[in-house]
Write a protein that binds this ligand. Structure first.
Ligand code: 0L1
Ligand code: MG
Length: 277
């Protein structure tokens, strides 16, 4: 805020004129604020309410917020994609998917208790995970997938926007590491020839909450690997042997309910679960 001091001769009163509103975005401070919100499970206001910023600036904030996690000892373990359904891209008015970074601290074990106190308003999604057997240093094609990917597995992603009421702009959610907060991966399976037309469902206890087929993931879940390789290369994010990829949700995300066991089932690949407490 900039003020101009105008002395008033008669009464020597101060008059201030507001002549402009200048705010420079401090990406490091915003990254730290987002990291703190995630670490303390406290929602914050959308960044876009205060600043206008680009998608590239949003990815830079994401990168810097991950630096805060790495400084606390968390390790990068892989990538996740979001907005991988063409219907969702259209709904969000975007032409491309978004991506985020996963760490070991987000990785929960099959049937592990998920401490609800560590989340703000978590939602669950049924996904497919991939495991790399070779470093990826370029955009790879569908024909190259078996050279780079060792295995796949059923997975649950827990997303937890750091923004109040789970409301955000595209730039907000990218800066917020695409709401990444937790995930579980079931037993790794050899890569089949195709991952199309597999029934995928999300259950709370025995109740099916959401169900669709694997085609909901980019019409072909293998395309998530090609796209992750493209995005990792574009943003200079190492994507290496032993890293994982969460391919994207097959259904809308569902709010987690304390005490209701979450299960994701993928036809032919098996299932995995988490127990929110
Ligand atoms: O599919 C996803 O992992 C969603 C990415 C971020 C958008 C959201 O929080 O809904
Ligand atoms: Mg997801």
């Amino acid at each position: 805020m900039l003020y101009v001091f105008i002395p008033h001769n008669a009464q020597r009163q101060k008059f201030y004129l507001r002549i402009g509103y200048f705010r420079t975005m401090n990406v490091t401070a915003i990254a730290q604020k987002l990291d703190q919100a995630a670490n303390q499970a406290q929602a914050i206001a959308q960044i876009s309410q205060e600043y206008t910023f680009s998608e590239d600036q949003a990815y830079e904030i994401q990168r810097l917020s991950m630096e805060e996690r790495y400084a606390r000892g968390e390790k990068f373990v892989g990538l996740k994609l979001g907005f991988t359904s063409f219907a969702k891209m259209e709904q969000m008015g975007v032409h491309d998917m978004i991506w985020g970074r996963l760490t070991n601290a987000m990785w929960l074990k099959h049937n592990e208790e998920m401490d609800m106190g560590q989340f703000i308003h978590p939602r669950a999604e049924p996904e497919i995970a991939f495991l790399l057997k070779k470093d990826i240093d370029k955009e790879i094609s569908l024909a190259e997938i078996s050279d780079y990917v060792l295995a796949c597995a059923p997975a649950i992603e827990i997303i937890d926007s750091r923004f109040s009421n789970f409301k955000f702009s595209l730039e907000d959610v990218i800066a917020d590491n695409c709401s990444s907060s937790g995930f579980v991966i079931g037993a790794w399976q050899p890569l089949p020839k195709s991952l199309n037309n597999l029934s995928m469902s999300l259950l709370f206890d025995q109740e099916i909450k959401e169900q669709d087929t694997s085609n909901a993931i980019l019409d072909n879940p293998f395309l998530s690997i090609c796209n992750a390789s493209r995005l990792a290369t574009k943003y200079h994010q190492p994507f290496l042997k032993g890293n994982i990829l969460l391919a994207g949700a097959a259904t809308p995300a569902v709010f987690v309910e304390k005490g209701k066991k979450i299960t994701a089932k993928v036809e032919g690949l098996g299932s995995c679960s988490l127990v929110p407490k």
